[in-house]
Design a protein around this ligand. Structure first.
Ligand code: ATP
Ligand code: MG
Ligand code: FE
Length: 352
């Protein structure tokens, strides 16, 4: 089985072809990604209208390239998948419409994929892992702990009540005058800084429900930065290190609460899976390795290029759904919001 996957929900235009091997493993035949970071950098964040236009300009060529690199013709495909949300509506429509047009023209099944579901299932493309597992999704737009019980069967254990972790990294970077996207820049500076210098809050610590809150921490960083009259490079590094340490503590404490809730409500977990761009952060990766080691839990961290937005994860989610006979029709509309819990999934299939 071979599926083309298209991703346009945010600031990456991506297309990929993935093949399902007879044994159940997935093989990435091509994975083309065009990041728009340069076009948005001047604004310090993603500008929706610029994003949608950039997707339109590149999508045809990118799909062509993904098919060519995979030595695949439209006729060789078993299905065409696109992320139908959640995301910036203008961009989502570009990818969704492209996939529908290709599916119609080639008379192939069309699969509407939830972008979050694609992040959640990527671990099954890169590693052999059975359901259920605990997912920590930490990206620029999302921060949540999810029990992944099966394809289309998700229980959201907790999520952020304000900012996403990646968003907090980006805002702290902006405050300190670092370029966008800020995550990698903050991590670089943090490596040279003193994490013990600033005593920053760790919101939600110790709460049984595994929710997150990042805006108080972000504000605390701003107040510290404003208190210093002429911010030196050392001050910035110490602030980054203190901020990152607070994020690490928060992620581990919230993951511990998430694992407890998972074991209480779902049962034993087969693994902990980490996804989203923030999973590229070395300090967070190391802390999660320690946490999973202590908890007797297998840790799966897909390589960074499969943790951030990409086409292979959409194609793979398409394969997982198509394998279960889950296909969609041409009336499926783009969804700016599309939570990953069971109710939303039931509605997706027209059930109560
Ligand atoms: P979403 O996937 O939720 O729609 P998104 O496209 O912004 O949102 P990703 O592309 O998965 O998310 O990740 C980008 C985010 O990851 C940015 O906020 C970026 O700052 C953050 N990030 C990337 N690398 C690092 C790092 N090394 N440390 C911390 N954060 C990082
Ligand atoms: Mg992105
Ligand atoms: Fe994403």
């Amino acid at each position: 089985m071979r599926v083309l996957g298209i991703e346009t929900t945010c600031d990456e235009t991506a297309a990929a072809v993935v093949r399902l091997e007879p044994g159940g493993a997935g093989q990435i035949l091509s994975n083309e990604v065009m990041s728009q970071i340069a076009q948005h950098a001047a604004y310090g964040g993603v500008v929706p209208e610029i994003a949608a236009r950039a997707h339109i300009e590149i999508i045809d060529r990118l799909v062509r390239r993904a098919l060519d690199r995979a030595e695949t013709k439209l006729a060789d495909l078993d299905g065409i998948a696109a992320a139908a949300g959640p995301g910036l509506i203008g961009g989502v429509i570009v990818g969704l419409t492209t996939a529908k047009a290709l599916a119609l023209a080639s008379r192939k099944p069309f699969i509407a994929v939830n972008h979050l579901e694609a992040h959640a299932l990527t671990a099954r493309l890169t590693d052999e892992v059975e359901f259920p597992y605990l997912l920590l999704l930490v990206s620029g737009g999302h921060t949540q702990l999810v029990a992944v019980k099966g394809v289309g069967d998700y229980l959201r254990l907790g999520s952020t009540v304000d900012d996403a972790v990646g968003e907090a990294f980006d805002k702290v970077a902006k405050m300190l005058g670092l370029p966008y996207p800020g995550g990698p820049e903050v991590e670089k500076l943090a490596a040279e800084g003193n994490a013990a210098r600033f005593d920053l809050p760790r919101p939600m610590l110790g709460r049984p429900k595994p929710d997150f809150s990042l805006s108080g921490l972000k504000t605390a960083v701003r107040l510290e930065a404003e208190r210093i009259t002429a911010l030196t490079a050392t001050d910035a590094a110490d602030l980054c290190a203190s901020f990152q340490a607070a994020v690490v503590d928060t992620i581990i404490d919230r993951s511990r609460a998430g694992l407890r809730l998972f074991r209480e409500t779902v049962g034993p977990a087969n693994a902990m899976v980490v996804a989203g761009g923030v999973a590229a952060n070395g300090a967070i990766r190391r802390a999660l390795m320690r946490f999973c080691g202590e908890s007797g839990l297998r840790l799966i961290m897909p390589p960074p290029h499969l943790c951030t937005d990409n086409g292979a994860m959409i194609a793979w989610a398409g394969i997982e759904r198509l394998s279960l006979g889950l296909i969609d029709d041409m009336t499926f509309a783009a969804r700016p919001r599309w939570p990953l819990d069971s109710n939303a999934e039931a509605a997706h299939h027209g059930k109560a």
